[in-house]
Design a binder for this molecule. Structure first.
Ligand code: EPU
Length: 431
């Protein structure tokens, strides 16, 4: 079993460079299925979710070549199946983008139901309702595979989402890009990765307007040509390092970012008393100037505070004196990691969607688990401030979404290692 081991207590100082955005990459790579020529995708994060989606495309017949650590060449022309039902597909949430992409290309898609991080019910009813309005029939086979197919034409439609959903918005964009006529998505999600997907598709010749607003209009086109495209920086990875700098009372420069995408995170850190200087593609986060203050946070779809930074900020708020209240309004069960923080000495109570944090007591090391990707990031932050050596297990979750996480924290001065421990060996912490 691999674990991350952290000897806490050292403030972070130095520079970190953020990788390409996971949640853009896992949509843009399947989007290549729609292209009529090969594509080169740059600034791809080196994470297991990307390896998985690239492997799935390869299994379907695409020619996928890694040019370097962050660049993939993908030739989608040899793909000769509309089925993606293997174990790899089940292993990740974003495999649902294959539904939209395959429907767009073959007017037929058979895709295993997505897995991914488990924090409560994660329905895809809005995706399927959108496909249905466009002329697809959706069938659930054995409770495990969705088959969406068209008997008549696959055409544009006017779709009003019941809920603001990143996945549904991206999936309908994928399905609509080559569908007959115009699709209008109302109540669309506005995350930077939605704009990135639209920019990628438009650079290939698609006709998508309004991405980044809550009304997106897509006029179907017949042909998409190959392009070289660079994925946007990962706002959540950036937010994670910013929260870690605040928690440890350090001062770091976060490079290769788009400061505008971080507005809600920057605003919250400033409210806590952290100094933030913004540059064109970097921010300097300085938490050394004054004692930090408690804050309340409510997660919301973009441009609100991102749910994917919620656990990291809860970990940071355990270090701040006073009562902070966090309201998770996007997911119904994203506090499973709180028990792990409590085992480290945090005082947090969860009531429904609220987490009430009584901050300011020193955390102590404990063996903890990454209960999901961002929960794992929260464990790293807690371990960085804890007294003693923390062992974090289930780090495969962390590696789904964070490129080179151990080396990046090490470069910031953290005492952090990844180790291999045989399953039958006990690990004791020195708290
Ligand atoms: N929802 C529905 N029906 C649907 C789809 C969503 O009710 O058909 C609900 C969900 O249950 C949830 C809310 O709508 O309560 C938002 O879900 P959304 O569809 O926006 O989430 P997602 O597309 O499945 C993506 C990210 C998540 C991130 C959310 C919210 C990917 C692969 N995943 O998930 O990222 O939390 O958007 O921003 O893009 C992560 O990176 O750690 C992660 C979990």
């Amino acid at each position: 079993m691999e674990k991350i081991v952290i000897n806490g207590g050292k403030p972070l100082f130095g520079e970190v460079s953020v990788s390409g955005a996971k949640n853009a990459a896992v949509a843009i790579i399947p989007a290549v299925v729609l292209c009529d020529e090969p594509c080169r995708i740059e600034n791809i994060p080196n994470i297991s979710d990307v390896t998985l989606i690239a492997t799935i495309l390869k299994e379907m017949g695409a020619i996928v070549k890694r040019v370097n650590k962050s660049t993939l060449d993908i030739d989608p022309r040899p793909i000769n199946t509309y089925e993606a039902i293997g174990d790899n597909v089940r292993g990740m949430r974003a495999s649902y983008y294959l539904l939209g992409a395959l429907l767009g290309r073959f007017h037929n898609a058979k895709v295993a139901l997505p897995g991914g991080c488990n924090f409560g019910v994660r329905p895809i009813d809005q995706h399927l309702r959108g496909f249905a309005l466009m002329g697809a029939e959706n069938e659930l086979i054995n409770g495990a595979i969705i088959h969406s197919t068209t008997k008549g034409s696959f055409h544009g439609a006017h779709i009003y989402f019941d809920t603001v959903s990143v996945g549904s918005t991206m999936n309908i964009i994928l399905a609509a890009v080559k569908a007959e006529g115009q699709t209008i998505i109302e109540n669309a999600a506005k995350e930077p990765h939605i704009v990135d997907l639209a920019n990628f598709l438009n650079s290939m010749g698609a006709n998508i307007r309004g991405a980044g607003t809550d009304v997106i209009k897509i006029r179907g086109v017949e042909y998409l040509h190959g392009v070289t495209y660079s994925i946007i920086p990962d706002q959540i990875e950036a937010g994670t390092y910013m929260a870690a700098a605040a928690a440890t009372r350090g001062k770091i420069t976060v490079r290769n970012i788009t400061p505008k995408h971080l507005d809600s995170i920057t605003a919250k850190l400033r409210e806590m008393g952290v100094d933030i200087e913004e540059y064109d593609e970097a921010v300097v986060v300085d938490a050394t100037k004054r004692p930090l203050s408690r804050v309340n946070i409510k997660t919301m779809p973009h441009p609100g505070f991102p749910t994917d930074c919620q656990p990291q900020f809860v970990a940071a708020l355990t270090t701040v004196k006073g009562t902070s209240i966090v309201n998770e309004s996007v997911w119904d069960n994203r506090y499973q990691y709180v028990n792990e923080l409590v085992r480290m000495g945090a005082t947090i109570s969860v009531e429904g969607r609220l987490a009430i944090i009584e901050g300011g007591t020193q955390l102590t090391a404990a063996p903890v688990r990454a209960t999901d990707l961002r929960a794992g990031a929260a464990m790293i932050i807690a371990a960085l401030v804890a007294d003693g050596i923390t062992y974090i297990s289930d780090i495969n979750y962390i590696e789904r979404g964070y490129s080179d996480v151990v080396n990046k924290f090490k470069a910031l001065g953290a005492d952090i290692e990844k180790i291999y421990i045989p399953d039958n060996e006990e690990v004791l912490t020195t708290a």
